[in-house]
Design a protein around this ligand. Structure first.
Ligand code: AMP
Ligand code: ZN
Length: 460
């Protein structure tokens, strides 16, 4: 069976054909580093990690290049730096914020079992490429300078009689409707309401770089051009897959396509545009004001990262996901069981029953259903399949240790109590064995007796 992926642009699942099977290329928009990442941000990280692993499985590890950027120049970063480090010069404060947040992001996504991308470019290290794209756009008549800004004109793009795509094609919006619906209070330097910023002047003290297009004052890039520049630098002007959350389709990805295709006079930027659906918490939109805003960091204090990973993958990536405590508890139980039966088993080849649903536009929910069947039929294929999906990265002992860390219960103490209970049962002292069982229950530990002996797990 071949890999088929759903493309947001053509709204259909198509067989995946890489431009170069020896160099399969994927770009995913990464975080803006100013605050802890929330569990919604973990969704594209986990989803595209599964795709990265699947592509490596199909084409070979050396033949897949995955780029996920770090946006380290942004108004939100500047605001946070000024707030958190009022005593420091702004640029120093900004460096502190981006360094701390970047480190935290890495710690979080490592714990989720996500492989590091092949390259993690930082926006501030690609200003030259951004200027390069902007110069090309101005020279081609797609962008213009006004009051030290450089603006992109979607209308110039759609007026060009060429092989360019239409502005609005990716997000299925018509430019005429956008013009008609534009707000009245448009910035005075814009020729048209739909024009967007490629470059803007920096305020005093803010990060700034020499400007393109003959502008004397220093300035900084707009957000959209950052991704066009980093994708170009690391993947070339035309590559295979571009991903991100569904909220990025407009305006961010529409504008990336516009910039890249107009700068290089081409029809496509990426051959497949993939977008993950949104995550809600307990059936509500996650927001700070509702008090249901959860960071990955907070969740990791209570749950091993692989539990969060499994919980995310139970839903197909394009569907909305409802993140609930109940579902997390079930995911924890499932993984506990898988760790116990499969972690110490020599992993076999990933099972066809798991790989095939993944080939069908990353149907992880079906793949997980297949894992449940393998649990009772082929433990070595279960072990191999779990590893393909990024699970079982720890030994059983580490796993038990981590859970114990999360729950505050000492696994050694549990084991000691269980052997005392076994001894009590052997001498038919049922009073004592019941006492120990109740004690364990009070510690949040459930035990199960079978012919093979006694096993235990946390019953949260
Ligand atoms: P941001 O830092 O807001 O640009 O988000 C980083 C990534 O997380 C982008 O790919 C977003 O589309 C994605 N994202 C943000 N919020 C959610 C959410 N609630 N559910 C799923 N994905 C999200
Ligand atoms: Zn982007």
């Amino acid at each position: 069976m071949e890999l088929r992926l759903y493309d947001t642009l053509t709204k259909e699942k198509r067989p995946f054909q890489p431009l170069d099977a020896k160099n399969v290329r994927m770009y995913v928009c990464g975080p803006t580093v100013y605050d802890f990442a929330h569990i919604g941000n973990a969704r594209p990280v986990i989803v595209f990690d599964v795709l990265f692993r699947l592509l490596r499985h199909l084409y070979g590890e050396a033949h897949v290049k995955y780029v996920r950027n770090i946006t380290d120049v942004d108004d939100k970063i500047n605001d946070r730096a000024a707030r958190d480090f009022p005593g420091l010069p702004l640029n120093e404060a900004i460096r502190k914020v981006t360094e701390q947040t970047g480190k935290q992001f890495h710690a979080d996504v490592d714990a989720l079992g996500a492989l590091r991308p092949s390259v993690e470019p930082r926006a501030t290290e690609h200003i030259g490429e951004m200027r390069g794209i902007i110069e090309k756009l101005v020279a081609g008549g797609f962008a213009y300078v006004a009051e030290d800004h450089v603006l992109f004109s979607p209308q110039a793009m759609n007026a060009a009689n060429s092989t360019l795509p239409r502005y609005g094609a990716l997000s299925k919006r018509s430019l005429d409707e956008m013009i008609a619906g534009a707000r009245v209070d448009v910035a005075p330097y814009k020729r048209d309401a739909t024009d967007f910023v490629l470059w803007k002047p920096s305020k005093p003290g803010e990060p700034s770089w020499p400007s393109p297009a003959g502008i004397k004052a220093e300035g900084r890039p707009g957000w959209h051009v950052e991704c066009s520049a980093m994708a170009w630098k690391h993947l070339g002007k035309h590559f295979d897959i571009h991903g991100g959350g569904i909220d990025l389709v407009f305006p961010h990805h529409e504008n990336e396509v516009a910039q890249t295709c107009c700068a290089f006079h081409q029809q496509r930027m990426a051959n497949y545009w993939m977008h993950n659906g949104f995550l809600q918490v307990e059936s509500e939109k996650m927001s700070k004001s509702l008090g249901n805003f959860v960071t990955i960091h907070e969740l990791l204090a209570d749950w091993p990262g692989e539990v969060l990973r499994l919980n995310m993958l139970k839903t197909h990536y394009r569907s909305p996901i409802d993140w609930t405590m109940k579902s997390l508890e079930e995911s924890a139980k499932t993984l506990d069981d898988w760790y116990r039966v499969a972690a110490d088993v020599e992993p076999g080849k990933p099972a066809a029953s798991v790989v095939e649903p993944l080939l069908d536009d990353l149907n992880t929910s079906l793949a997980i259903a297949a894992l449940h069947s393998l649990r009772n039929s082929d433990v070595s294929a279960l072990a191999g399949s779990l590893r393909l999906l990024g699970f079982l990265s720890e030994s059983v002992a580490q796993w038990e240790g981590r859970k114990q860390q999360a729950s505050g219960v000492d696994a050694k103490e549990v084991e000691r109590l269980i052997s005392e209970r076994t001894a009590a049962r052997a001498r038919k002292d049922f009073r004592e064995s019941d006492r120990i069982r109740d004690l364990l229950a009070a510690m949040g530990v459930a035990i199960k007796d079978s012919k093979e002996g006694t096993t235990w797990e946390f019953s949260r």
